[in-house]
Design a protein around this ligand. Structure first.
Ligand code: VGL
Ligand code: ZN
Length: 237
């Protein structure tokens, strides 16, 4: 049974919590050896001046650089397409960027040419400062299959090997940041859940493309999959 004193002090804590600025209560997640930060596609093509620039994309870089310092396990991803890739509008006659087509594996949004293997556009941002990152995983490198997800290609079955890598290193918690929230971050987060990881998307460390409501839909899909939506100030060493 709770005594009167405990009930009163409990109420006091609740009242205090209601009054405190959120930032003071927020810092509650401490990444450990079983946690990894996945930095998704912080590449020139998705940054200002790039062929598929995400609005305010450059703003994620300082947030990610700061976050990375509290993770001993960091994986970077790189969208890495062939020339003439199936996801490029220019590959399909009469098609324009942001239109969709039906492929054998389902609906494919068509994009401007981006992240072609070995080009400057495909390079990771030079402003990223994460020298301790242990792995760079490339995806979407087969001409006829896209891969928003860092875990599984768009055919729904070909693995990148990332889940096995993380499990072999006893990682259980995956935190995601990068570009774009509604495509590569969301698909990676949902696949991380499917692979059994506790999964957190750090909202202010991501920016979205938001084509035809895709950002709201992505958050709804992520929430339904059990992905947790957090802010960078909730993470501390
Ligand atoms: C991405 C569209 C096409 C992403 C990659 O990184 O979110 N979006 N390729
Ligand atoms: Zn791509």
């Amino acid at each position: 049974m709770l005594g009167r004193r405990q009930i009163l002090s409990g109420l006091g804590t609740m009242a205090l919590a209601a009054m405190m600025p959120r930032a003071l209560w927020a810092a509650s997640i401490k990444p450990d050896e079983a946690s990894a930060l996945l930095v998704i596609d912080v590449q020139n093509c998705f940054l200002p001046g790039g062929s598929l620039a995400v609005k305010d994309g450059e703003q994620v870089v300082p947030v990610i650089n700061r976050l990375a310092q509290v993770f001993s396990n960091v994986v970077l991803t790189q969208d890495w397409h062939t020339g003439g890739h199936i996801s490029f509008a220019s590959t399909h006659s009469g098609k324009k960027p942001f239109e969709t087509i039906e492929l054998a594996y389902g609906k494919q949004v068509l994009w401007p040419d981006h992240c072609v293997q070995g080009t400057d556009g495909a390079a990771l941002s030079k402003d990223l400062s994460i020298p301790h990152a242990g792995l760079v995983i490339r995806k979407g490198f087969r001409k006829d299959v896209d891969s928003y997800s860092a875990f599984t290609e768009a055919d729904g079955k070909t693995t990148t090997g990332l889940a096995a890598y993380l499990k072999a290193r006893d990682i259980r918690n995956v935190f995601l940041a990068g570009l774009a929230t509604d495509f590569c971050v969301a698909w990676s987060a949902i696949d991380a859940r499917k692979a059994g990881f506790e999964t957190y998307v750090i909202e202010d460390a991501c920016r979205g493309i938001d084509a035809q409501g895709s950002l709201a839909k992505a958050w709804a899909d992520m929430t339904a999959a059990g992905v947790k939506r957090i802010q960078s100030n909730e993470i501390s060493a």
